[in-house]
Design a protein around this ligand. Structure first.
Ligand code: SF4
Length: 652
């Protein structure tokens, strides 16, 4: 019955394997107002399933709008294409608005009217807001064509009627259309959202409270009447954690100091003292943990008020004064056509948080980096309680968290602070043939003691043998850059190789892979080429093998110790699992997931770490547990790799 019903909207002739189960699950989540956790591997057609299920649930009752949150623009565009396919096929047109960031959609940025790259997002918002208010004579021409006396202009209304009916525009298309009418694309998308059934944005549009409020207000959405989907939700904990962190360097303080001189601001010596506070803590960090590592500060160490011998009120008085001065500086800069950035404001924001946040879940740290031979001192603040940003999901009408690798539902429930009573879960197996991939575990090595030289030699030797036996493209992933360097320097192969570094671009790697039939990419766990990238060409995976050297446990350092301590209080005996094992499994699944992207792909996953057979194994999907083959002798491993590629049969 569900199948026939779904066919009314589903735009393709055939459902994919397990797709009907996914549609039914999502339909029930939407209809019954649940929090659904869906693990649905690559190839099950999750995006179109969400839209089909939403249309079905709307038939039963008015369930409100659908707000889909993606991590990348690419993912956002997949939804746009599926919406158009549904409209073309079933005539069920859902009005949809695709929202990308204001900065990306601002024509003034594209025209180079100010240096957006030198402006953080918050400063940009303040700048835009000032232009909209037309303060001090400056105004935004694109904005004033969208609104007249704070109401949508006739041109804007006509534009939306003409452009958004029966068509789902990609962000670029919408941008071009809006610009050709001289109107601000971002403000137009916000207007369009008010009449849309489906709004598609990125994680920040929900996780950042100010952004959420603004979008909800414009789109006429209420928390208790909206249905939210987080796509690729395995990355939700780390994305939320990132939003709770902030860092400043002594370079920013120096720039702020220069600003005080240039604009005649008497900071009463505050910036100089703050800089010496940073340097003092940095020197201590360097001594204790070395360059490039965070040293977690105790409450006493991190107390700026003690260092300054001032009360909290006195510090806030100074900060208030500096904030007023920085506002004036921004206006002056705007008037003279300069980037409206104030470094003083940046320092004020950070110090305010540093002084006022003293919670159990907050960690403050100092670090020293080296840049072109010069030392840069940094202070950072981070919250370890991810649920601060995600527990508001409990107020939402229905929520769907989905990913191909949402393997440990308890972890997401607890860490994100989701209401257990509303949770429902579904885990689907891979739709692809199991015989198309071989999962090998090399049990003779481990990176548990990664710094031991003999283990590095052993891993390199075995890798050399494995690489020789694979006539195709291989992605090799390491738990750290350090280990990648050590092992790669011992690889003896003429095969072309590309190595991930902080500057590498995904398109560079894709070009390299398409130009070389036999080659190697070296990357790190949680890096640019191990997660959320499609290493494919025309829908087919470019890889023949993924080799994971060592389990990607988070690095054991002071930050991790602080997290373990906090989780110990919060989650008791689950502390290690949530702080270490779960993130390790997410990274492992993501790296392995680069291999098979379609039903015609075939290849080998090799995990070089005996610890897979410990706690990790029980957390892996059933098909993985059944298919994993352990090897001790490299001869046997290489023999079976050869057999796999020579035959179309699964090797036992
Ligand atoms: S209103 Fe639009 S065009 Fe004007 S500054 Fe803001 S984002 Fe840019």
């Amino acid at each position: 019955m569900i199948e026939n019903w779904a066919r009314r909207y589903f735009p393709y002739p055939e459902f994919r394997t397990h797709q009907i189960k996914a549609i039914e699950f999502i339909f029930k989540v939407f209809l019954n107002g649940r929090i659904g956790l869906l693990s649905s591997p690559c190839g099950t057609g999750k995006s179109v399933s969400v839209l089909t299920a939403y249309l079905m649930a709307r038939e039963v009752e008015d369930i409100g709008k659908l707000f889909i949150l993606t991590r990348t623009k690419n993912e956002l565009e997949i939804y746009a294409r599926e919406l158009q396919a549904i409209a073309d096929n079933s005539k069920a047109f859902l009005r949809a608005t695709l929202i990308i960031s204001r900065q990306e959609m601002c024509p003034l940025v594209k025209e180079g009217r100010f240096a957006a790259e030198r402006m953080d997002y918050r400063s940009f918002l303040a700048y835009c807001s000032r232009l909209k208010k037309a303060s001090k004579g400056s105004s935004c021409p694109y904005y004033s064509r969208v609104f007249k006396d704070w109401r949508p202009s006739k041109e804007a209304t006509a534009f939306l009627e003409e452009t958004c009916v029966n068509r789902v525009l990609m962000p670029e298309e919408f941008y071009e259309e809006a610009i050709s009418h001289g109107m601000c694309p971002y403000e137009l998308t916000r207007l369009a959202a008010a009449d849309s059934d489906v709004i598609i944005g990125n994680y920040n549009h929900f996780l950042i409270e100010e952004a959420r409020r603004s979008i909800f207000a414009r789109s006429r959405m209420q928390m208790d009447s909206v249905n939210i989907v987080f796509d690729e939700a395995h990355s939700l904990p780390s994305a939320a954690m990132g939003l709770l962190s902030d860092e400043v360097s002594t370079r920013t303080v120096s720039r702020a100091k220069k600003e005080t001189v240039k604009y005649g601001v008497d900071d009463r010596g505050f910036l100089k003292l703050f800089k010496s506070f940073m340097e003092g803590l940095g020197k201590k960090a360097m001594k204790l943990v070395g360059i490039g590592e965070n040293h977690v500060l105790s409450r006493e160490e991190s107390s700026l008020t003690n260092f300054l011998r001032l009360s909290e009120n006195s510090v806030f008085e100074i900060l208030d004064f500096l904030r007023e001065e920085s506002d004036k500086i921004v206006l002056l800069k705007m008037e003279s056509g300069k980037p409206p950035v104030s470094y003083i404001a940046r320092i004020v924001d950070f110090v305010e948080r540093w002084v006022s946040e003293d919670y159990e879940d907050t960690v403050k740290y100092a670090r020293v980096d080296e840049d072109h031979g010069k030392k840069v001192f940094r202070l950072g603040i981070s919250s370890m309680d991810v649920s601060k940003t995600t527990r508001s999901l409990n107020k939402v009408r229905s929520v769907l968290l989905m990913s191909g690798t949402l393997w440990d539902f308890d972890y997401y429930r607890d860490v994100l602070g989701l209401d257990e009573r509303r949770i429902t879960t579904l885990s689907l197996p891979s739709p692809f043939k199991r015989e198309n991939r071989l999962i090998i575990v090399d049990k003779s090595v481990t990176t548990k003691y990664e710094l031991r030289e003999e283990m590095v030699y052993k891993i390199s030797d075995r890798l050399n043998r494995i690489i020789d036996s694979i006539n195709g493209r291989i992605a090799i992933y390491f738990p750290s850059y350090e280990l990648m360097e050590k092992v790669s320097s011992r690889l003896k192969t003429d095969t072309p190789m590309i190595k991930e570094d902080t500057k590498i671009r995904v398109r560079q790697v894709l070009k390299f892979l398409t130009e070389n039939d036999k080659c190697i990419t070296l990357g790190v766990a949680r890096g640019k080429i191990s997660e959320g990238v499609d290493l494919t060409s025309e829908g087919l995976s470019l890889l023949s093998a993924v080799i994971i050297v060592g389990l990607p446990y988070p690095k054991r350092n002071e930050m991790h110790e602080a997290l373990l301590k906090y989780y110990d209080k919060k989650f008791g005996d689950k502390a290690f699992e949530y702080a270490s094992t779960a993130p390790c499994i997410v990274a492992l699944a993501q790296m392995a997931g680069r291999l098979i992207r379609s039903q015609n792909d075939r290849g080998i996953i090799i995990i070089m770490d005996s610890r897979v057979y410990g706690k990790i194994r029980k957390k892996l999907p059933q098909d993985w547990q059944e298919d994993m083959e352990a090897y001790l002798k490299i001869e046997n491993l290489v023999r079976d790799v050869n057999r796999f590629f020579q035959s179309n049969q699964r090797v036992k």
